[in-house]
Design a protein around this ligand. Structure first.
Ligand SMILES: *Cc1c(COP(=O)(O)O)cnc(C)c1O
Length: 366
């Protein structure tokens, strides 16, 4: 019998097997067209329909209100760090930026480039080594700022705002990097001005970036911004200003349909909560053999970091787990230890196989 393979990669990450099988069966001939989706014009009726349905299904899954636009852009989440400033800080003196870990720190640094607005550090979790999250009430934000930028799930440090942040009335719009948790739990899109997410964590292959924008913010986009970086140009051309990442969008569309067949985001939230609890219980129940440094109420349900506190033993864990079909558990390069990314497409059985291996490994080396 073959050992099943469970892929714990942080991104590009695991995709539902049924999605990959569908893509395989349609690889040479999509829906009787005689073409692969990869080789057809983005302006063909067939692809326009794929894009339309992907957007509609995403709208259904996240309950996106009509006054929000949805774009599938390129350049990854990293390009959004600057695009949000170029487009939405125009005419403003200040942008508020919350730093809670690796990705928001990079965003903070990059946002200041080519910007006339000052990037104000509204909160910083660095003092505690990014093991806890500054409460939203402690963010130093101003009603006059262009927007407040934050990362809701820190993929590297394994932190997540367990309660979805919501700002008081009169505060600037929230701009949220949701790359590593989008579609993993219910959110209220109305609480955000902008949500963006690179596809390769919880949606599909790399190459497509989802951007959800509250319509009124588009009035801020200046014509001086080159069209390719201008949200309004993309919206005005129905996402077809230039060639979008057609194949990744097609796969994302298949993932959206898979999510619907699984019961949607609410059902994902239930399963994701159970998966995370299973894994954190195994860490906390190991009598200190495995450790996770994150404060309990800031622990990510998507990226679970843990270590034995011994770099050699961690390396042994990473190697031996691989031979048992538990793949890509090595932590982020600067972090060491292990990281299990347990996105939507990771089944509960994968997490159970991991915790079983953890117990067995501890029995041998603990
Ligand atoms: C992976 C990741 C990014 C970077 O995404 P790219 O698509 O590689 O630019 C940014 N933010 C978060 C939260 C991420 O997890």
């Amino acid at each position: 019998m073959n050992t099943p393979i469970y892929n714990f990669s942080a991104g590009p990450a695991v995709l539902p097997e049924s999605v990959l099988r569908t893509a395989q069966s349609e690889m040479f001939d999509y829906n009787g067209t005689g073409f692969s989706v990869m080789t057809m014009s983005h302006r063909s009726d067939v692809f326009m329909s794929i894009l339309y349905h992907a957007e509609q299904d995403l709208r259904q899954l996240l309950d996106i209100p009509d006054n929000y636009k949805v774009l599938f852009l390129q350049g990854g989440a990293s390009a959004q760090f600057n695009m949000v400033v170029m487009n939405f800080a125009n005419g403003f003196k200040r942008v508020d930026s919350v730093v809670t870990g690796n990705w928001s720190a990079i965003a903070h640094k990059q946002m200041g480039k080519l910007s006339d607005a000052a990037i104000h550090l509204a909160a910083d979790g660095k003092a505690n080594g990014y093991t806890d999250l500054p409460p939203v009430a402690s963010w130093d934000i101003s009603p006059d700022s262009a927007f407040v930028h934050f990362v809701i799930n820190e993929t590297v440090h394994g932190l997540q705002y367990r309660e979805v942040p919501k700002l008081a009335d009169g505060m600037p719009p929230l701009v949220c990097d949701m790359s590593s948790e989008i579609l993993s739990r219910r959110i209220n899109v109305r609480d955000f001005g902008v949500i963006y997410a690179g596809a390769q964590k919880n949606i599909g292959p790399s190459g497509a970036t989802i951007v959800i924008i509250r319509e009124d913010l588009l009035d801020r986009c200046s014509d001086r911004i080159p069209d390719v970086w201008n949200y309004r140009s993309h919206v005005n051309k129905q996402g077809m200003y230039n060639t979008p990442a057609t194949y990744p969008i097609y796969i994302a569309g298949l993932v959206f349909r898979w999510l619907q067949s699984q019961g949607g985001v609410a059902q994902m939230e239930t399963i994701n909560t159970l998966k995370a609890k299973t894994l954190y219980d195994a860490i906390d129940g190991s009598g200190g053999f495995y450790r996770n440094p994150v404060q309990a109420d800031a622990r990510s349900k998507m990226n679970v970091i843990f270590s034995t506190g011994n770099a050699e033993l961690d390396e042994r864990f990473a190697q031996e787990s691989t031979t048992r079909g538990l793949q890509l558990l090595r932590g982020y390069k600067s972090m060491g230890g292990m990281r299990a990314s347990i996105y939507n497409a990771m089944p509960l059985q994968g997490v159970e196989a991991l915790t079983e291996f953890m117990r067995e490994f501890q029995n041998r080396y603990g």
